[in-house]
Design a protein around this ligand. Structure first.
Ligand SMILES: [Zn+2]
Length: 276
């Protein structure tokens, strides 16, 4: 019996260990369709023909549940068990069409964070706080952070975005490595390597060989949220799924972890340098 799981993801997807699909694998697109499904709405005049909902990405993986995921751009991603037929998946999607349309409308209605302009006084996130930018005369590094301010060399303004990303990646590696070492030591976890990625759809992941990956965007979040993601991935080195046992283990280390999960759901989309 297949259990069904609903996910409404307006922000980044949280890491999904259960998926066996590597990051680089292209999403599958469903061919054709099985013809429109007609429904009669209560529109004042006539009959409204409701077309089948398109599935933008379908990913089969070794999982027991079906997940409907509305991404921040409003596209629908379906994650399904390996042996579930396309007909069954389409039927499931149609059965939940009303819910999907409602969430898609919400996703489209909330605008993405605006682009950065890299001007004096504009603020940038770091460890959950906003700090202002000052444009300065050439200095040794293109971007420095001191006295609660970012200092960007004026000649680097055209490349400011890359400069900021490079800086965030360096900080992410330093901050996250320290937190991984701390929690691994406290809780007897072992790991092999830490990788900083530019992932937009997952905060972290843990490979079977013990490599922990984290997106640089995480270093824009408050320290307690970073700690939660670090503990989440470290726990996967011992428990490779999201079972109740997994969550119990996470709760032993971070009892208030649920508030960090909701913080990420609500604020994750702002951990960025604007539209990309
Ligand atoms: Zn996980």
């Amino acid at each position: 019996m297949v259990r069904h799981l609903f996910l409404f993801v307006l922000t980044n997807n949280f890491c999904s260990y259960q998926s066996s699909i590597p990051d680089s694998s292209p999403p599958k697109f469903l061919p054709g369709g099985r013809g429109p499904i007609y429904a009669i709405s209560n529109a004042p005049f006539g009959i409204l023909l409701v077309m089948p909902l398109p599935i933008d990405h379908l990913i089969h993986s070794r999982r027991k549940t079906v997940a409907l995921i509305i991404q921040r751009d409003g596209t629908l991603m379906v994650r399904a068990p390996l042996r579930m037929s396309e007909a069954h998946i389409r039927e499931f999607v149609q059965d939940h069409a009303e819910w999907i349309r409602e969430k898609q409308a919400q996703a489209k209605a909330s605008p993405p964070p605006s682009k950065k302009h890299y001007v004096n006084g504009e603020t940038f996130l770091y460890l959950g706080r906003e700090y202002p930018l000052t444009i300065v005369a050439p200095q040794r590094s293109a971007l420095t952070f001191s006295a609660n301010k970012f200092h960007l060399t004026n000649s680097k303004i055209p490349k400011a975005r890359q400069v900021f990303i490079r800086w965030y990646k360096t900080q992410a590696l330093a901050v996250i490595s320290e937190r991984v070492a701390f929690h691994a030591n406290q809780n007897k976890f072992t790991w092999r390597k830490i990788r900083i990625t530019s992932a937009r759809t997952r905060w972290g992941s843990c490979s079977t060989n013990g490599t922990l990956s984290f997106t640089w965007r995480l270093v824009l979040a408050p320290p307690e949220v970073i700690d939660y993601v670090v503990v989440h991935e470290l726990t996967h080195t011992q428990i490779r799924n999201h079972s109740p046992i997994f969550w119990r283990r996470v709760a032993e280390i971070i009892p208030e972890f649920k508030q960090h999960v909701s913080w990420l759901k609500k604020n994750g989309r702002f951990l960025t340098l604007g539209e990309e």
